[in-house]
Design a protein around this ligand. Structure first.
Ligand code: GDP
Length: 197
């Protein structure tokens, strides 16, 4: 299978325990404003599947999508709320880390967590904490660096090196994407298919 991921919206949930079971799942997580909604839309080649927000931190829901895969039952992709936005409602910022941590540790059939890091400014302290936590807990994860088009061509080699070092990874471990221009989108689609297939 190639081409856009066929993503069908299943439901939004405010708590992970409201999500239906899934036979195979990948999740996307990242700081608010990292470009997660834009990336979900780019993967599906749709404009409005995930809401691109002008007000960072407003979309605090967990969004679940069915994703086409080689398997006979339905695989899923979960878009987790963005972390680290201070202006979000108090209860949400207080609740989410525990809730998300519970999901990342206990979700059955979660095969890969894609951690989005802003290609221009990342990794931030919070991204580093998230990566440390995932590593410490042995949760399988892949770093996706966003907004590749925003990095000047003359700076790209250095930025790739810096971002990888900041994430304590080799450059080749990181998937660089641009939701706006399409760089890396096919590669990421293939990875998603691999992990839910
Ligand atoms: P989210 O909060 O992580 O869901 O981020 P959004 O998808 O809402 O994007 C946050 C901002 O970054 C918006 O203004 C987007 O237009 C912008 N953005 C997202 N992806 C890209 C990209 O690949 N290139 C550029 N130049 N801007 C992007």
């Amino acid at each position: 299978m190639s081409g856009p991921l066929r993503l069908t919206f299943v439901q939004s949930a405010s708590r992970v325990d409201q999500l239906p079971e899934s036979p195979a799942e990948v999740a996307f997580v990242g700081r608010s404003n990292v470009g997660k909604s834009s990336l979900v839309n780019a993967l599906a080649n749709r404009k409005q599947l995930a809401r691109v927000s002008n007000t960072p931190g407003r979309t605090q829901l967990i969004n679940m999508f069915e994703v086409d895969s080689a398997r006979p039952d339905t695989a899923t992709m979960v878009d987790l709320p963005g972390y680290g936005f201070a202006k979000a409602a108090k209860n949400i910022t207080r609740d989410w880390p525990e809730m998300i941590e519970g999901y990342l540790l206990d979700r059955e059939n979660l095969s890969m967590v894609f951690v989005l890091v802003d290609g221009v400014i990342g990794p931030t302290k919070l991204d580093e904490q998230m990566l440390d936590w995932l590593r410490y807990n042995g949760v399988p994860h892949t770093v996706v660096a966003t907004k590749f088009d925003k990095v000047k061509s003359s700076k790209r080699a250095t930025r790739k090196k810096e971002l990888a070092a900041g994430c304590q990874l080799d450059q080749g471990d990181i998937v660089w994407v641009s939701a706006s221009k399409g760089d890396g989108i096919d590669a990421l689609r293939s990875l998603v298919r691999t992990w839910v297939g």
